[in-house]
Write a protein that binds this ligand. Structure first.
Ligand code: ADP
Ligand code: MG
Length: 257
């Protein structure tokens, strides 16, 4: 059985794409078959893997009923594949509005390819629109990257309410897979305060691994590479590898994958 994880947070710039891309690469390096699914019209995960403007892409699957395999591409890692998006997706909200079952389109696409992968990681756009809804309907787990800043907790409760609604209305198996503290600076007092509060409230759901602020992580995408191909010895690379290991350990405990 494959594990489908939506990396979601309606706030932009919190590290969704960086996490989806580098976690997917780390899991692939650790020997897991992984599909990275980019559903953000900004297509940062796609270009972060060197796929800019790839055709066909997710748009063609959602609106033209193309076979999913046609839009799945190889990457530099044999076990990592990507289903890219492009800016074309920006119009799909309107184009899908009248479509019956429009919130299950992504789930149907994934159902056709799921058995080939152990992990399917979905990089969501920074909104709670139809695309993110599709991801939450398709996924089992929601992974929430959280930047330790003043308004983070307010945004978090909005997102968790949305997850609850989607669980109730569309996808009973959906659960909170984990909260990941990103751009972490342990010397900053506010960071520590937010961390304390999040850990107190969510306990084990919060990953032990935190992702430090690391400039190498922000440089890698412009070279079209995951951090492991850009600077494998950076703190950012080590943190994402540790996160992947923590996830594999959790899964072993769950015994489901
Ligand atoms: P989102 O997908 O949530 O909008 P991104 O992953 O694109 O967020 O991150 C926003 C910006 O911050 C990007 O320029 C990215 O390279 C940078 N960034 C993300 N994580 C880190 C980090 N841990 N350290 C430094 N820069 C980061
Ligand atoms: Mg993004």
């Amino acid at each position: 059985m494959s594990r489908i994880i939506a990396v979601a947070n309606q706030k932009g710039g919190v590290g969704k794409t960086t996490t989806a891309l580098n976690l997917a690469a780390a899991l692939a390096i650790l020997g897991q078959e992984v599909l990275l699914l980019d559903i953000d019209p900004q297509a940062n995960a796609s270009s972060g893997l060197g796929l800019r403007g790839a055709t066909p892409n997710l748009y063609d699957l959602l609106l033209r009923d193309l076979a999913p395999e046609k839009a799945i591409y190889e990457t530099r890692y044999p076990k990592l594949k990507i289903l890219p998006s492009t800016i074309d997706l920006i119009g799909c909200e309107l184009e899908l509005a009248a479509r019956e079952g429009r919130e299950r389109l992504l789930a149907q696409i994934i159902a056709n390819v799921a058995e080939q992968y152990k992990y399917i990681i979905i990089d969501c756009p920074p909104s709670l629109g139809i695309l993110t809804l599709n991801a939450l309907v398709a996924a089992q787990g929601v992974l929430i990257p959280l930047q330790c800043e003043y308004y983070a907790l307010e945004g978090l409760s909005l997102l968790i309410n949305t997850v609850r609604k989607v669980k109730k209305g569309f996808n009973p198996r959906l659960y909170l897979y984990g909260i990941l503290l990103t751009m972490y600076d342990g010397r900053n007092r506010l960071t520590k305060q937010v961390e304390e509060e999040v850990r107190k409230h969510f306990g084990q759901v919060v990953f032990e691994t935190v992702i430090p602020r690391n400039v190498r992580l922000s440089e890698a995408p412009s070279h079209g590479k995951p951090i492991f191909a850009y600077d494998a010895s950076s703190r950012g690379a080590k943190a994402y590898m540790t996160l992947a290991q923590e996830i594999l350990k959790r899964e072993a405990k769950l015994g489901k994958v």
